[in-house]
Design a protein around this ligand. Structure first.
Ligand SMILES: Nc1ncnc2c1ncn2[C@@H]1O[C@H](COP(=O)(O)OP(=O)(O)O)[C@@H](O)[C@H]1O
Ligand SMILES: [Mg+2]
Length: 439
């Protein structure tokens, strides 16, 4: 039997080596949803998350923080994105996401029910990568500002510039959004939504529109336009706006900020961490469990706080749900998503292992005294079949290689744009092995 024919799925299909949370092309989404593997570990994480999240429907809580940690390529972004699509129960290609997951939880109807129940109400998620959306000028309020930006964008105001967003919000409160947009377009020729990112060029049109729609004087309009004072936003103010917003919604409405790469963004900077802590605390105490904050980072929260336990005890308390993705989970994903065998291949490989058991064991014998506990050969026939054409020790090796390359090769830059990961590495290697043995 040729290696080529052993795999259940086409080994050469296109798989993105890393998941980008903002990538929403239909074919990418369908693949990310369909090929998502619920590993043993992920199943536990689904249970913890939906237990805590679901409890908040019965009892108000301030512990609305979720911290997802794991090394590069462990599946944090994919998990975050999947959670977002499940929570919103988004329809992709005509199928609701929760429905897609029914079959994945076939063997565990209790967990599926937990998920199904928690996603019955209206839910919105604000899903983004903080490294992409965060402002270039990082200062002590950088975290607050990116929350504000994304919240206003979500409300369809111009979050890129708080001055403009605030004006739009003011106009909206007067119920004059439509009129404002219509009058501006009459004067300018272009729709407001397409012009607002260059609003500085449209002084006269905007001043005239403000006069006509809001009845402002010309002087006042020009003053607003030319005002250089930056809009100051406080945590208290933003959270109070978020709270007012969710209170306009039904009782079981939920809003989640789902933010990728927070750990790398914050790094070892105490100011950013304080900013995040204060924000999450305020959201927790004000919003009664209706607004959640879900973050990812390569380090566990305790690891980031390490030497500053006392100062940051409050952030630990709010991030009560902590989910860590291990290498065992990443290995299981590769085995199931890439290396999964047809029944026939599985049978054949099992036979091969059973007939050459001792040869294989001797060939891949590692010295236990070297304390290389995770450097393993094959233990069982099943082990052989699910890893073939690879050997278990190669997983840990590959993971270490990747983490070193990232540490040294890129001068400390966190490579969110890098396309390769352990998973795509194994896919590529499997493909090369096939090519080699076909010839
Ligand atoms: N549970 C999973 N099921 C299927 N593929 C996964 C799973 N977890 C991770 N992957 C895949 O592994 C690769 C790395 O995942 P990613 O979420 O980008 O890692 P991280 O954000 O932790 O660096 C991606 O190709 C992703 O699709
Ligand atoms: Mg990622």
């Amino acid at each position: 039997m040729k290696i080529q024919q052993m795999f259940k799925d086409d080994i050469d299909r296109k798989i993105n080596g890393v998941v980008k949370v903002d990538q929403d092309a239909n074919d990418v989404l369908v693949q990310e949803l369909n090929e998502y593997v619920i590993t043993k570990e992920l199943k536990k994480h689904f249970i913890s998350f939906f237990n805590n999240y679901g409890d908040a429907f019965n009892e108000k809580t301030a512990d609305i923080g979720v911290w997802i940690s794991g090394f590069f390529g462990s599946g944090k972004s994919h998990f975050l994105k999947i959670l977002s699509y499940i929570l919103e129960n988004k329809e992709v290609d005509g199928v609701k996401t929760v429905e897609r997951f029914r079959s994945k939880f076939e063997d565990d109807p209790a967990t599926f029910m937990l998920i199904d129940r928690a996603t019955k109400g209206e839910t919105d998620t604000i899903l983004f990568n903080i490294d992409i959306e965060g402002s270039i000028n990082k200062d002590a309020t950088a975290v607050l500002r990116v929350f504000a930006k994304m919240f206003y964008n979500y409300l369809e105001f111009y979050g890129e510039d708080l001055k403009v967003a605030k004006l739009e919000q003011f106009i909206d409160k007067q119920g004059k959004t439509e009129e404002f947009r219509r009058v501006f377009e009459e004067k300018n020729g272009q729709p407001w939504l397409e012009s607002r990112d260059a609003f500085a060029f449209w002084e006269d049109d905007i001043v005239e529109t403000l006069q006509q729609v809001l009845g402002m004087s010309e002087e006042a309009s020009r003053n607003w336009f030319n005002g250089t004072e930056t809009v100051e936003m406080s945590i208290a103010q933003l959270v109070s706006e978020i709270k007012d917003y969710v209170n306009t919604k039904p009782e079981n409405f939920r809003l989640l900020f789902m933010i990728d790469e927070v750990g790398q963004y914050i790094g070892s900077n105490t100011d950013y961490l304080i900013n995040l802590q204060s924000l999450v605390e305020k959201i927790g105490s004000e919003c009664e469990g209706k607004v959640w904050v879900v973050c990812t980072g390569q380090e566990a929260l305790d690891e980031i706080i390490k030497t500053r336990q006392d100062e940051f005890s409050r952030i630990q308390a709010r991030f009560k749900t902590r989910l860590s993705l291990s290498s065992a989970s990443a290995d299981e994903v590769i085995q199931k998503r890439i290396l999964s065998k047809t029944d026939e291949a599985d049978k054949r490989l099992t036979e091969v292992f059973e007939s050459s058991d001792s040869v294989l064991r001797n060939l891949l014998k590692f010295n236990k005294d070297d304390a290389l506990l995770d450097i393993r050969g094959y233990e069982t026939a099943q082990d052989f079949s699910k890893n073939f054409p690879f050997v278990p020790y190669q997983f840990i090796l590959m993971q270490k290689v990747f983490s070193e390359i990232r540490k040294h090769g890129n001068a400390g830059k966190h490579l969110s744009g890098g396309e390769r990961s352990m998973l795509s590495g194994f896919q590529e290697a499997a493909y090369k092995i096939i090519i080699k043995y076909v010839q």
